[in-house]
Design a protein around this ligand. Structure first.
Ligand code: NAD
Ligand code: TYD
Length: 341
């Protein structure tokens, strides 16, 4: 395969490229990335000199650059996005631009280039929020009900991808995945923020009552699911991807992190809740299990600990990030007093 991976310098994109080069060394990969605050080529150091890997610094909203990059490509795997809910609440325009307009540019160019597969990487957040006391889970048939600018922009991109399949016959697949964790995740998201703050001896901000629930999946399980969908998935189909059956609320996750790092619960700081904060996400991944044989192989207890170890052993990677523009964002998001209630 000749792949074009958009957003390959971000968290999941870089894990995907590392995974792909390991498991499909005969394939070629072009990494097309704008290198926003979230893109980091250091993630790809170990493969940057391989002859079958190329990096292109480009914006998916730039039609000419995208057309040029697609010249010899048969498969597009589209990760590029603005991905953080809190940033979408502070300023939504970049989300509309990259996630909607950028996806549209990529769809047009992929159609014209005649790619054999356009795979769109999406999120379970498009389905909205589940009740905390309900055992219901999201499936491929759940109606869309996005509630943040981020999830609304991702929902919009999913609709565009489906429209290009039905209207123009673009051979596409979509995956809607739950919250990922693992190495190279930007320390603005809950798990890497909690780990790095704890290592620095800072408090960990927990929104609201801390009882919001996410469905956690180790990033390599997500990469393997996309691989299976690319190899065996049916054109025009959507697959939901999620973690193990256990529900963990944010407080439980933060307590696990603090305890592993030898910190007590006084390091938890309850802060102002996120507006429109989705209460619970949970994914029913029966379809991809039954049709393609996928299931998560990494349990939260073991792999959260391994992720903490990774952040302990790679402090240069995140300390560098936390010393830059991040400081301005952190102050705006959490306020001088950490956004305390
Ligand atoms: P990320 O924020 O870590 O990385 C995004 C990458 O996209 C960065 O490298 C950035 O430079 C690049 N990018 C942004 N705008 C661009 C543009 N206009 N042109 C080219 N490149 C651009 O994001 P992530 O957490 O790795 O998420 C990747 C994808 O997976 C996103 O589409 C996201 O919606 C989806 N997703 C994420 C999760 C999660 O838990 N992180 C879960 C499900 C789905
Ligand atoms: P996040 O990692 O931002 O992912 P998402 O909002 O896309 O699910 O947040 C995960 C959960 O953690 C979510 O319920 C919000 C909460 N959270 C905090 O309590 N404190 C924080 O500082 C952050 C970033 C998130």
């Amino acid at each position: 395969m000749n792949l074009l991976v958009t957003g390959g310098a971000g968290f999941i994109g870089s894990n995907f490229i590392l995974y792909w080069m390991r498991t499909h060394p005969e394939d070629s990969v072009i990494n097309f990335d704008k290198l926003t605050y979230a893109g980091n080529l250091e993630n790809l150091k170990e493969i940057e000199n391989l002859p079958n890997y190329v990096f292109i610094h480009g914006d998916i909203c730039d039609t000419n650059a995208v057309i040029k990059a697609l010249a010899d490509v048969d498969t597009v795997v589209h990760f590029a996005a603005e991905s953080h809910v809190d940033r979408s609440i502070l300023e939504s325009s970049p989300f509309i631009q990259t996630n909607i307009v950028g996806t549209h540019v990529l769809l047009e160019a992929s159609l014209k280039a005649g790619v054999k597969r356009f795979h769109h990487v999406s999120t379970d957040e498009v389905f909205g929020s589940l009740d905390i006391h309900d055992s219901k889970k999201f499936t491929e048939a759940t109606p869309y009900d996005p509630r943040s600018p981020y999830s609304a922009s991702k929902a919009s991109s999913d609709h565009l991808v489906r429209a290009y399949y039905h209207t123009y016959g673009l051979p596409m697949t979509i995956t809607n995945c739950s919250n990922n964790y693992g190495p190279y995740q930007f320390p603005e998201k809950l798990i890497p923020l909690a780990i790095t703050n704890s290592i620095e001896g800072k408090k960990v901000p927990v929104y609201g009552d801390g009882f919001n629930i996410r469905d956690w999946l180790y990033v390599e399980d997500h990469c393997r699911a996309i691989d299976l969908v690319l190899q065996k998935g049916k054109i025009g189909e959507t697959y939901c991807i999620g973690g193990t059956d256990q529900d963990f609320n944010n407080l439980t996750i933060v307590k696990k992190i603090l305890s592993f790092l030898g910190k007590d619960e006084s390091f938890i700081e309850f802060v102002k809740d996120r507006p429109g904060h989705d209460r619970r996400y949970a994914i029913n991944w029966d379809k991809i299990h039954k049709e393609l044989g996928w299931k998560p192989l990494h349990d939260v207890d073991t792999w959260l600990m391994k992720t903490i170890e990774w952040y302990k052993n790679n402090q240069q990677w995140w300390r560098h990030i936390k010393s830059g523009e991040y400081q301005t964002y952190y102050k705006e998001q959490y306020g001088r007093n950490g956004g305390k209630t």
